[in-house]
Design a protein around this ligand. Sequence first.
Ligand SMILES: Cc1ncc(COP(=O)(O)O)c(C=O)c1O
Length: 446
Amino acid sequence: MRYPIEPFRIKVVEPIELPTLEERERLLKDAKYNIFKIPSQKVFVDLLTDSGTGALSQRQWAAMMEADESYAGSRSWFRLKKAIENFTGYEDPIPVHQGRAAEKLIASIFLHEGAGVASNTLFDTTRGNFLSVGARIYDLPTPEANDLSSDYPFKGNVDLNRLGELLKENRIKLIVMVLTNNTGGGQPVDLDNLKEAYALAQKYGVPLIIDACRISENAFFVKRRNPKYANWSLREIVLESFRHSDGAFMSGKKDGLSNMGGFLVLRDEKKRMRAKELLILWEGFIHYGGLSGRDMESFAVGLEESLDETYLEHRTGQVAYLTERIKEIGWNVMWPPGGHAVYVEVRDTLQHIPREKFPAHSLVVELYRRGAVRTVEVGSLMFKEAARYEFVRFAIPRRMYTRSHLDHVIDVMGEIYDDRVSLVGYRITYEPPYLRHFLAELEPAP
Ligand SMILES: Cc1ncc(COP(=O)(O)O)c(C=O)c1O
């Protein structure tokens, strides 16, 4: 494909630096081979996450200058409230500082020891929050997602047959549909799949909540890949998605195009009141929920900007460009290209490193060692036995990098491919009980 032309020009620049090989090797050792502990100024191209890392627009910066930092009744909150209501169709939203704060509220309100949660595949923080109250997690990705290389357009879907069976057995207390399916390779969920999942949820009287982090990207894929919705606007698709739910939460650091922010919406008024009580205890008053007025302003504008089709064409085009080039080198990738990130499955290419030695982590380390490129492991290190894949995720921050940055990543991936037999596995020397990848310490285990 042709590289997508940027629908913006650059007004502010931030210098980046490529440290020497000696420095990179020392930094890796000092970080105990945990990429989260590398200082960001020592990273040349940072594809660790697209969460809160994108460039803000001039409209966002202008809105931030008008922010109202009042504790109660802030003008900025009422602006954000209206933006969330327009975006979701829900009334009376609850602000949170980021997605996982909403996850904690949901866990406290909906779940308890032994409660079953079904999902197309939960994200790691959602899983961690739900496990922390003793919930049982059932990830039910569609069987089509097992074939990474097929052209199936909606590999983020939930397996409706298995969902129906578990609901029938009365094992599920909550359904969470993640749009797009981050852990399942950034793949979109078809609107029709969501509608059918919601019909099942209603049949069995179980609430369905949408994790709406990347719902604008998801809507873009629905429009492009399901001919039924080809003439719908992205706003209509997003609203129709939210209509098929009993609640939703969003990390505004993704399709809110903001550095910080999030929200929770719930249809049930009693549950909403409970969420507000807990919000005040944990996050802050109901008119800011842990956010500054500036965050709320930038989030309100970002929600609108995320539905701009020109922006989404460029964004998904960048992901497709990087996916195609990496695939051409010989690496296995999640196909077709999804939203926000490229997912490289390393098991075949790094066959000499067993899963217990974290082959995807090995590639993460090597990408930094060779090119100061930072990515993240989404495999056995992150998910332990629950890992379905050994992915390295290359998440592209929004509106930030240009073609030559992506070409640098492609060059490094080419070099590593040629030298792949030289990569070694890793062993953990320290790990915390939850979300171990953030704080884990490792050492090479040749
Ligand atoms: C699908 C999904 N859900 C939830 C979250 C959690 O959001 P936050 O990082 O804002 O807490 C993320 C963050 O990456 C995510 O990708």
